[in-house]
Each structure stands twice: as structure tokens, then as C-alpha cells.
Design a protein. Sequence first.
Length: 91
Amino acid sequence: MTWSEAEYLDCLEAERRGYAWVMEHHGGLAPKEAEEAAREWYRYEPAGDPYRGLVFHDEAWHWAMLAIHGDRYTVEHPELAHPSTAYRALE
């Protein structure tokens, strides 16, 4: 995908916000810890990186649920297979 730096940064911040929200509300992390976890998962990638933004192919909800519940979260917690209304309200 080709995007401007501003578009990339907007997407990066939105995904960090979503990941942090999930880690706080479902993972039990304090707000600061959730933000740190989001920054760790969604690291800034330079414009020349050939795989820049590949992490965006799944939304933050999915990546955070994997971190909290593991690979089988959709089987073991089917109610979490899709983002909640509260999460969607972040958009």
C-alpha cells in the first residue's frame, strides 16, 4: 500500500489506541501499561521499510486478543471473535 507519512501516522495512532483500549479493558492493564504495550506492538516503521504497515492487515482487536488469550481465543471465547460495540466506538 502506498500512503503518505501523515496517513501512516494516523493509522498507526488509531491502531495503538485500539490495542491499548483492549489491553486495558480486557487484559487488565493500567492505562500507562496498555499504552506501552501498544507502542511496543505497533512500532514506528520507516518509510523505506518494505513491509511497512503489514501489521495493519488485522485490526488491533485481533492482535490484542491474541496477546491476552492466545491463538484459540475465537474458539475458547467466541464472544470475543468480533470487536465489541465499545471498541467500535473508538473509530
